[in-house]
Design a protein around this ligand. Structure first.
Ligand SMILES: Cc1ncc(C[n+]2csc(CCOP(=O)(O)OP(=O)(O)O)c2C)c(N)n1
Length: 741
């Protein structure tokens, strides 16, 4: 081990190398033996009952259980009330049984192949499920809460998630020094060494808005201990490690070694030891008998982060409706004024920023908002309602596109800052805005974990450009897209992904909406029934929501809806770049005041809408391309002939509203226009759904860029030529004449 820091070396010398420091009292030795008995006999019991089932047993490192229990005892003694843990599959059932103390029958019944799944989602294998348990710590007689986070097979992916949840639990308790809530992460030695997310997670440890004030890492190191049965119980390690496994088979198990020692030095008698074993075996047998009564598997019994009071007693949402998301004019004005001000005295801001603030004040006076101000209004309104808002990501304080400026910097005093959002009201929830380290995997995992702690917080992660989210793909695939289906755990995290083809090159253009849409679980071929609650029940059924707003007001509303919904779903927002400053991309207060709400679809409302029977073409689109289309339509004087309808919520697909829109224009041909390449963007997602609405009687033509391997060109001219080309097609009313579909 190489450690640079003298203080740390001294600490290790004192704590581990002082002679006699490991001396135990007889009582401690007996406790250790009893804990080893449980650890070892639990694995033996599973092996006896289910000899051909995978369980990723702990054999070879049984000391992990007493070690963890000692850490928890000691932490409880020092005032810790809540321990949040993350670990790989090896030894996990043992940790659940003997550290967290999940009821044994709940664990055993998972081995029953006849156990039916309750209707709660797709579920997960037993050694991935999480657990939450409040209990009395026997050593200290104090209450302690233990939570083991559910995780996917992807080793180490849960590390930042645990840290995020730990940070949130500390934050909401005001535990700034980590004296009440702590985390323990367990690792295998190969995963610990090889997975980059371990280091991304470490790197968060010194950042104020990310630190958990220290984590206990336990590396189950096969270079020190060993795996008696190979990777899992079905493995034959002798195939590839013959000599090492000959040695391993000769090893006397640690329980026997330790029991022999304690019997020899008179700490326990052989009879006491045998009784301890018989007692635990009996506990297992009785639980096994009880486990047979379980006919149905409820994943909700394995929830790692319950939200007391948020759902009804059956774990269902308390209602199936969402109130209007608008807020009062007074609130809008107040927030606009604070967003335009420097609320502390003698604070000198940059002249360029003064201009931005003046422009905000002007907008507020004129009752309009741009993107940044709409976001301010949404965040600010939550703070008034006691909802904590957290925005994290690279450069989010200023905003990658220098539009946000949520943290003001004094130009004359080094490191003096001011966050006006925290000066909105005397009594308000806190606003956290924090520039993260240069990490996506680690930071997105962290924010997901943060969002897990409470449903009453808006937690947003913003990618520098949407393109970079793919280095966090594992968090997106394994946790965000499928977390609820696997672990019945809701999560309301918001991903803000700057997206748009603006000639900025292949890695600054696309948040890859097609990937999110491909993972959306709504059925493209099923014609839904349109009940009154269609909008909300569709949101309840989906695995996440994908939106691409074309107006600041709609962005404001979708953020507000995220918290006003009676359940939580991840929200993926494709956010704009050039629209942040586009003169047309502004919204009036009228679109945000009380009574107004999020528009899933913004129908054509110009000339074409007044003469629908004369309309030759309806162009459906989403996001920024709308502005290009409107401009081109005007240039070509086709405002009567062509309707342009915007899809703001792409998934779940607004079948009901689009059906109305399609029926309104019976004689028009239907076009989907996108600026993305044909094999990306939205086309593959929307096409079958449009076809379902029209019962395959009308085609939906594609207008956009050709298929391509890279998300965008790096050549400005190529970009502009391809834009020109597809705009021409969009308004060429003969383009599809005679074509078959
Ligand atoms: C990210 C990821 N890559 C590969 C795997 C497949 N895998 C499962 S266990 C394992 C070995 C882990 O070794 P180690 O970390 O030493 O833990 P051990 O089980 O040996 O204690 C591998 C490669 C995985 N689960 N996750």
């Amino acid at each position: 081990m190489f450690i640079n820091d003298v203080e740390q070396c001294q600490w290790i010398r004192q704590k581990f190398e002082t002679p006699g420091v490991m001396k135990f009292t007889n009582e401690e030795k007996r406790t250790l033996l009893a804990r080893l008995v449980r650890s070892m006999r639990f694995e033996d019991f599973l092996a006896r009952k289910w000899s051909s089932e995978k369980r990723f047993g702990l054999e070879g490192c049984e000391v992990m259980i007493p070690a963890l229990k000692t850490i928890i005892d000691k932490s409880s003694e020092m005032g810790i009330e809540y321990v949040i843990m993350g670990m790989p599959h090896r030894g996990r059932l043992n940790v659940l049984a003997n550290v967290i103390r999940k009821e044994l029958e709940q664990i055993f019944c998972q081995f029953d192949p006849k156990l039916e799944a309750a209707d709660e989602g797709s579920g997960d294998v037993k050694y991935h499920l999480g657990m939450y348990h409040e209990r009395i710590n026997r050593a200290t007689n104090k209450k302690i809460t233990l939570s083991l986070m559910a995780n996917p097979s992807h080793l180490e992916a849960v590390d930042p998630v645990v840290q995020g949840k730990t940070k949130a639990e500390q934050f909401y308790r005001g535990d700034t020094a980590g004296k009440k809530v702590m985390s323990i992460l367990l690792h295998g030695d190969a995963a610990f060494a090889g997975q980059g997310v371990v280091y991304e997670t470490f790197h968060l440890s010194d950042l104020p808005s990310y630190t958990t004030n220290g984590t206990i890492h336990v590396v189950v190191n096969n270079q020190v201990c060993y795996r008696r049965r190979g990777h899992n119980e079905m493995d034959e390690p002798m195939f590839t490690q013959p000599l090492m496994y000959k040695q391993i088979h000769k090893q006397v198990p640690v329980l026997k070694k330790y029991a022999d020692k304690l019997i020899a030095d008179g700490t326990v008698t052989l009879q006491e030891f045998e009784e301890e074993i018989a007692k635990y075996d009996r506990i297992c047998e009785e639980a096994y008998t009880r486990s047979k009564d379980n006919k149905i598997l409820h994943i909700k019994h394995w929830l790692d982060s319950p939200w007391p009071g948020f759902f009804n007693v059956d774990g269902e949402p308390k209602s199936m409706s969402c109130p209007p998301t608008g807020i009062s004019e007074d609130l809008l004005t107040h927030i606009g004024n604070v967003a335009s001000s420097v609320p502390v005295k003698d604070f000198k801001i940059h002249a360029g920023l003064s201009r931005i603030l003046r422009a905000r004040l002007e907008m507020t006076k004129n009752r309009v908002v741009d993107w940044a101000l709409a976001e301010y209004m949404a965040f600010g309104s939550f703070l008034k309602e006691g909802i904590h808002v957290r925005l994290s990501g690279q450069d989010v304080e200023r905003g990658t596109f220098s539009h946000r400026h949520h943290v003001l910097h004094d130009q004359e005093v080094d490191k003096r800052t001011c966050v006006p959002m925290n000066h909105l009201w005397e009594q308000q929830a806190p606003y956290t805005v924090c520039n993260s380290s240069l990490s996506e995997y680690g930071v997105l995992g962290f924010e997901l974990g943060f969002a897990m702690a409470s449903p009453n917080a808006l937690v947003c992660w913003e990618a520098q450009f949407g393109d970079f989210h793919n280095t966090a793909q594992c968090i997106i695939d394994q946790f965000i897209s499928s977390g609820q289906a696997k672990w019945v755990r809701h999560n309301g995290i918001v991903l803000l992904l700057p997206h748009g083809m603006e000639g900025m090159g292949p890695e600054h253009s696309s948040a890859r909406p097609e990937r999110f849409l491909q993972m959306s679980n709504d059925d493209s071929d099923a014609y839904p029934e349109f009940s009154e609650q269609f909008e909300v029940s569709q949101l309840y059924e989906c695995n996440w929501i994908v939106v691409n707003c074309s107006t600041p007001a709609n962005y404001f509303h979708v953020l507000r809806r995220q918290i006003l919904l009676p359940f939580r779903k991840p929200l993926i927002i494709l956010t704009p770049k050039s629209l942040l400053r586009h003169p047309e991309a502004k919204s009036s207060f009228d679109e945000m005041v009380s009574g107004t709400t999020f528009q899933r679809v913004i129908p054509e409302n110009g000339l074409a809408a007044h003469v629908p029977h004369e309309v030759k073409r309806v162009i459906f689109c989403t996001g920024k391309v709308y502005y290009d289309l409107v401009k081109e339509r005007k240039n070509q004087d086709l405002e009567k002939q062509v309707a342009i309808t915007r899809l703001e919520q792409i998934s779940p697909f607004p079948f009901d509203l689009l059906k109305e829109e399609l029926e309104k224009y019976p004689g028009a041909d239907l076009v989907w226009c996108q600026e993305e390449h044909k094999n990306s963007g939205y086309y593959d997602y929307v096409k079958p759904r449009f076809r379902t609405i029209v019962n395959h009687t009308r085609p939906i033509w594609y207008v956009g860029r050709e298929p391509a391997a890279a998300a965008a060109t790096g050549n400005k001219n190529t970009h502009l030529v391809s834009l020109r080309r597809f705009l021409d097609t969009a308004f060429n009313l003969e383009a599809f004449e005679g074509k078959t579909f």
